[in-house]
Design a protein around this ligand. Structure first.
Ligand code: GLV
Ligand code: MN
Ligand code: MN
Length: 437
């Protein structure tokens, strides 16, 4: 793909309208977070809150003149036709499902930013040669059904529809059943025809842009992700009477995994490994009983696939060694999700960088620490991302997550200009820089 030239027009979106949409969507699934004293968002995939959010977004898509289709995975696409109906569309989007302790921006900026680009094109009467589509992907977070980037992975063909539908949440409810219950069991084919290109705007969720003092990140790719669920089976026993050497303490084994992971990271033997045990539960969970069972999840991230594979092997052999340390203790390991590092397309990265330059916005290139739908769609077409600066060191998956209105508008301006150039404005359309209202 050839990157569009610098002589192409720039497009400015209505930052106030974008902000109003972000704040309105954030009311759906809103809760009072006791720990921070802030208002957070809890909109796990395919819950009633997520369904309400989806309906709101579909309403906005229709108001913007988009033709909406929902596929069998619940992914939503809103399409703005181009002058050439046979041309492959330029795709943008992200997700609106959230973790249980979210802010207003993760994923939502990409979806509502895409809709804002369409509104702006409509306001200006701009026709593009290629169609433009805005996507909302199902269960990006993986918080509810245990596998992240699920909807986009199905759209890209990495995960089958059957496997995705069969995934269950912690209460045993299947994703397929929740699609039916919420009415998002669409009829469109879940396999996405390769778009011309995909560009996703997302908050950075880290400190790099703020520390560099720049507005925009040009994302070079996404690091590898490995999620595993480990269950340790010990033996319930009396806390006061059971001699230490007779215990099979599943809680102790779980704690040893947590500290081993930290030691692995600090050893430097696995490159830029990050390791997190985000869920841990011991059973029966009572003061005077040696834990009979412990469950924990391990989230590993690594930009280097070989180092990631070595870290996974180390973890596995540690778990096996734990089985020998206490009589009767056994362990089972289940892989929940695994993605390799994904580099983004250089020409689309250049297009994003050029758009930022043309808007007079400073930018840096950076690798994404978080997973994104873009890494799945990259298997189908040239792909890149625009990152937006966050406050408070870019904290995310936390109600404190915050990117200010200007930062959001800047990111979506860059998205808009990049999309317009990729979709090719039809000559004669009003395409000069438009002052923000
Ligand atoms: C997605 O938010 C991730 O876990 O990286
Ligand atoms: Mn996200
Ligand atoms: Mn997230």
């Amino acid at each position: 793909m050839t990157a569009p030239t610098t002589t192409a027009p720039i497009l400015r979106v209505d930052g106030d309208r974008l902000w109003r949409s972000l704040m309105e969507l954030a009311e759906i699934g809103a809760y009072d977070d006791e720990r921070t004293g802030l208002r957070g968002v809890n909109r796990l995939a395919l819950t009633d809150a997520d369904a309400a959010g989806r309906r709101l977004v579909i309403g906005w898509m229709r108001e913007a003149g988009l033709t909406v289709r929902v596929d069998r995975m619940g992914n939503i696409y809103g399409r703005r036709e181009g002058a050439d109906p046979d041309a492959r569309p330029v795709l943008t989007g992200s997700h609106i499902d959230s973790v249980a302790t979210a802010g207003a921006f993760d994923g939502c900026l990409g979806v509502l930013g895409g809709i804002e680009v369409v509104r702006t094109l409509n306001d200006l009467g701009i026709t593009t040669r290629r169609p433009l589509e805005v996507a909302v992907f199902t269960e990006e977070e993986g918080t509810r059904f245990g596998t992240d980037m699920l909807g986009s992975a199905v759209a890209a063909g990495r995960i089958t529809l059957g496997r995705a539908h069969a995934l269950t949440d912690r209460d045993g409810v299947a994703l397929g059943a929740e699609l039916t219950r919420t009415g998002f069991d669409g009829t469109a084919c879940e396999r996405l025809d390769p778009p011309h290109a995909y560009v996703e705007c997302h908050i950075e969720q880290g400190p790099v842009l703020a520390r560099a003092g720049v507005d925009i990140g040009v994302v070079t790719g996404v690091q590898g992700i490995s999620w595993q669920e480990i269950t340790l089976h010990g033996r319930a026993a009396h806390a006061g009477t059971t001699p230490t050497e007779l215990r099979a303490d599943a809680g102790l084994a779980a704690a040893r995994i947590v500290t081993h992971l930290r030691a692995m990271v600090e050893s430097g033997a696995y490159g830029e490994l990050r390791a997190t045990v985000g869920h841990m539960a011991v059973h029966p969970g009572l003061t005077n009983i040696v834990p009979a069972r412990a469950e924990l999840t391990v989230d590993l991230r690594n930009p280097d696939d070989a180092a990631m594979a070595r870290a996974e092997e180390d973890l596995l052999s540690h778990v096996r060694a734990l089985e020998g340390e206490q009589p009767g203790l056994t362990a089972s390991v289940r892989r929940m999700a695994r993605t390799a590092a994904v580099p983004f397309d250089e020409e689309v990265q250049k297009a994003v960088a050029r758009a930022a330059d043309d808007h007079g916005l400073a930018h840096v290139s950076l690798l994404s620490g978080a997973g994104h739908d873009a890494q799945e769609i990259a298997a189908l077409c040239p792909t890149a991302m625009v990152f937006v600066r966050g406050e408070y060191d870019g904290i995310s998956h936390n109600p404190r997550e915050y990117s200010n209105p200007e930062a959001c508008a800047h990111g979506v301006d860059v998205l808009a200009t990049t999309l317009l150039r990729l979709a090719e404005p039809v000559p004669g359309a009003a395409t000069d820089a438009v002052p923000r209202s």
